[in-house]
Design a protein around this ligand. Structure first.
Ligand SMILES: *[C@@H]1O[C@H](CO)[C@@H](O)[C@H](O)[C@H]1NC(C)=O
Ligand SMILES: *[C@@H]1O[C@H](CO)[C@@H](O)[C@H](O)[C@H]1NC(C)=O
Ligand SMILES: *[C@@H]1O[C@H](CO)[C@@H](O)[C@H](O)[C@H]1NC(C)=O
Ligand SMILES: *[C@@H]1O[C@H](CO)[C@@H](O)[C@H](O)[C@H]1NC(C)=O
Length: 318
């Protein structure tokens, strides 16, 4: 007798648990690695499927989405913001160079991109223009790979410089855990207060199926730094060691291609064949907070092959 009355609440609890679980499963259909998706579990079998906004391409939510699809989604989202006013024609800085890209069936940039008019140009694997603009007759034979990305951050003055090895391991952890980049593709972290450089290198032969592309990892990082994280539910960048917060003030991203860019009026020297474009990521405020300890700088700050880049700084930010 007593036994039965003890069991009743238990069964109720169990039932409740099953019901809530079911509900959670229903509302949990989201894409953790890509906010710019529409998800639904109405497919046969009830699996949660997410499609990228703008392209409707099915997205794998356990890895990063390709930059091309993300840009497309971004452009599509912007188009719908028609009710907002533009403060001034000249006020758009961040949008300069943004375009609605053509992606191939794997989500990669097509080598040739055109805007809605008949203006076309060739891009590299990060979607950045690497030739002069032409008309519809312009040919781009192949998608040239960006095999080296250098991200240069500068941080706000702090009481003490950060410890290079702590900084290094935190950034490596970040790229591995947050962006799922295989550690060997982060080739170096350089630091000389207040400048931090992160070098990503990955050529086609090194990249195997399922590896995150450095183009995509860098793009997720860029958006994180701008405070526009693409992850669902994850907080903004929050790299902590111990102690002092670090605010990023300025970011430059250098893209280096396997083949020299083809700008007609360039004055790039032979040693710079691979160098292409600098993207200035304008920050409204120091969004990123890295927290790192200890003093002392690393003495080795290598300004690799970047001397001539000044003239190209007006290139677009994607
Ligand atoms: C296309 O590119 C041309 C040349 O850069 C530019 O003048 C035009 O405004 C662009 N059109 C669109 C729709 O982006
Ligand atoms: C940085 O910190 C580590 C311990 O986290 C220490 O072993 C190392 O000596 C420090 N490096 C410098 C340059 O202070
Ligand atoms: C790819 O990178 C590795 C290591 O940096 C290098 O040894 C190799 O020559 C590169 N391959 C190509 C095709 O560039
Ligand atoms: C999604 O990506 C993960 C990680 O790269 C991979 O293991 C998995 O096979 C992919 N799933 C599909 C359906 O492609």
């Amino acid at each position: 007798m007593a036994r039965g009355s003890e069991l009743a609440p238990l069964i109720l609890l169990l039932l409740l648990a099953v019901v809530t679980r079911f509900c959670v499963a229903q509302t949990d259909c989201k894409c953790p690695t890509n906010k710019m998706t529409v998800c639904s579990s109405e497919s046969p079998g009830g699996a949660c499927q997410c499609r990228a906004i703008g392209s409707q391409v099915l997205v794998n939510c356990s890895t990063l989405t390709s930059k091309c699809l993300l840009l497309k989604a971004r452009m599509s989202a912007q188009k719908s913001g028609r009710t907002l006013v533009k403060p001034s024609e000249h006020a758009i800085v961040d949008n300069d160079g943004l375009y609605d890209p053509d992606c191939d069936d794997k989500g990669h940039f097509k080598a040739r991109q055109c805007n809605q008019t008949s203006v076309c140009w060739c891009v590299n694997s990060v979607g950045v223009r690497r030739t002069d603009k032409g008309d519809l007759s312009l040919r781009c034979d192949e998608l040239v790979r960006t095999h080296h990305i250098l991200i240069e951050l500068s941080h706000r003055p702090t009481n003490r410089a950060f410890n290079h090895s702590d900084l290094d391991s935190e950034l490596r952890r970040l790229f591995k855990e947050r962006y799922q980049l295989r550690p060997n593709f982060l080739s170096a972290v350089h630091y000389e207060e207040p400048t931090i450089q992160i070098e990503l290198r990955q050529n086609a032969s090194q990249k195997s199926l399922g590896d995150v592309d450095i183009a995509d990892a860098a793009y997720y990082f860029e958006r994180d730094i701008k405070g526009e994280s693409l992850f669902t539910g994850l907080r903004g960048l929050d790299v902590q060691v111990r102690g002092e917060p670090l605010h990023v003030e300025r970011t430059l991203i250098y893209y280096l291609d396997e083949k020299p860019p083809q700008f007609s009026m360039k004055r790039l020297t032979a040693g710079l064949i691979a160098v292409i474009v600098v993207v200035v990521v304008a920050l409204v405020a120091g969004v990123v907070v890295l927290v790192i300890t200890n003093r002392r700088k690393s003495g080795k700050y290598r300004k690799v092959e970047l001397k001539e880049l000044g003239e190209m700084r007006s290139e677009p930010s994607l």
